[in-house]
Design a protein around this ligand. Structure first.
Ligand code: ZN
Ligand code: ZN
Length: 356
């Protein structure tokens, strides 16, 4: 069996994110479009694709969200789908609509791309002239017949009462001739779906819904100007509650011993790790603030807020169990604030109900 990890230049411990990153890098390098007439690259490209498909299926159930390494983040990882070739050229145009008479495309990007800025290679779809029939719609060598509706004039006369109107012949679409064989590539339309690769720059701190005006120079297309509207994808770690401010939120876990004894929190922010000291008997679980580590869109700094959860041991060995028992004995009953208050309320309730 092939060593799929080796093909992607990875060790066996590689996470699914490592696999994706490595695949994208290698696939860009060896893609046939970039290496025309090079059978070795093509072979290599196929291997890379096979390795990627195999390893991502195998790893599909692994969850690597917690293993984020801010220092090694690949900010050019801009696509959201899995393995298609389009993915490498990252065209994630969702919708095509009109704004100020220009076509608009929505482009999904990762939060990291929006914050740090990046260059994207977009594969932009357009309707271009068919290269096989040069837009004529019929096979170059096929026979042409004079249109039997307009007799070659391309115009058809319509009589309405005493008036005559000339209009474009509907049978030959004004060409005056009909081909015996339509072009097989464009099926007679003279147009083909084509793609144009274009590098665009996403600037640092690009806010959601920013539009980028793009002009292409396709000589065989009428529609060369359009907008790309940036849509920031949901992030696996950070989320926004209110799009009107730049605050970010994330879930954060602290072990129960650190909650009691105090210590240092290593907090992953979009800009690297920051370390915060917490006091013993920590209680500030909701919206713990990490100042100015939110987003910086429109030159307004937001904060990062942690929603803190207490992590408890998943199992106990004998020694831990023994120590915890000693700890339990050493702590007085009413040292638990929440339990103490709760028990007081329950007792008062019992007094009221059962002593009547
Ligand atoms: Zn054609
Ligand atoms: Zn005609």
């Amino acid at each position: 069996m092939k060593d799929y990890y080796k093909i992607l230049g990875l060790s066996k411990e590689a996470s699914i994110d490592d696999i994706k990153m490595s695949y994208k890098k290698l696939a860009m390098k060896y893609h046939p479009d970039r290496n025309p007439n090079d059978p070795k690259s093509e072979e290599k490209f196929k291997d890379i694709k096979e390795a990627y498909e195999f390893l991502t299926n195998k790893n599909a159930s692994k969850n690597n969200i917690g293993s984020m390494n801010v220092n090694n983040m690949n900010f050019s990882d801009f696509s959201n789908s899995e393995s298609s070739l389009d993915d490498i050229f990252n065209v994630i145009f969702q919708k095509n609509f009109k704004k100020n008479n220009r076509s608009c495309y929505l482009l999904d990007i990762d939060l990291e791309c929006a914050v740090y800025g990046c260059f994207l290679n977009l594969k932009i779809p357009y309707q271009g002239t068919c290269n096989f029939c040069f837009g004529k719609g019929y096979k170059p060598e096929s026979d042409l017949k004079i249109c039997n509706k307009c007799y070659g004039s391309g115009l058809y006369t319509v009589m309405q009462g005493i008036f005559n109107f000339k209009q474009k012949c509907s049978k030959c679409e004004g060409k005056g001739y009909i081909s015996t064989e339509s072009c097989i590539k464009c099926e007679g339309s003279g147009k083909l779906h084509k793609f144009n690769n274009k590098f665009i720059e996403i600037k640092k701190n690009t806010e959601n819904n920013t539009s980028i005006c793009l002009n292409l120079d396709n000589k065989d297309s009428e529609n060369n100007n359009f907008y790309i509207i940036i849509k920031i994808k949901p992030h696996s770690i950070y989320f926004r509650k209110d799009l009107n401010n730049n605050d970010l939120y994330m879930d954060f876990y602290i072990d129960f011993i650190k909650i009691m004894l105090g210590g240092f929190l290593k907090i992953p922010t979009l800009y690297g790790f920051v370390v915060h000291k917490i006091d013993k008997c920590f209680k500030n679980f909701k919206n713990y603030k990490v100042g100015n580590f939110g987003l910086n869109f429109n030159k307004r700094f937001g904060n990062l807020y942690l929603n803190i959860f207490i992590d408890i041991l998943s199992e106990l060995n004998f020694y831990s169990w023994f120590l915890l028992n000693k700890l339990k004995i050493s702590i007085e009953h009413n040292n638990y604030n929440l339990l103490f208050n709760f028990n007081k309320k329950i007792n008062a309730f019992n007094d009221l109900v059962f002593k009547l």
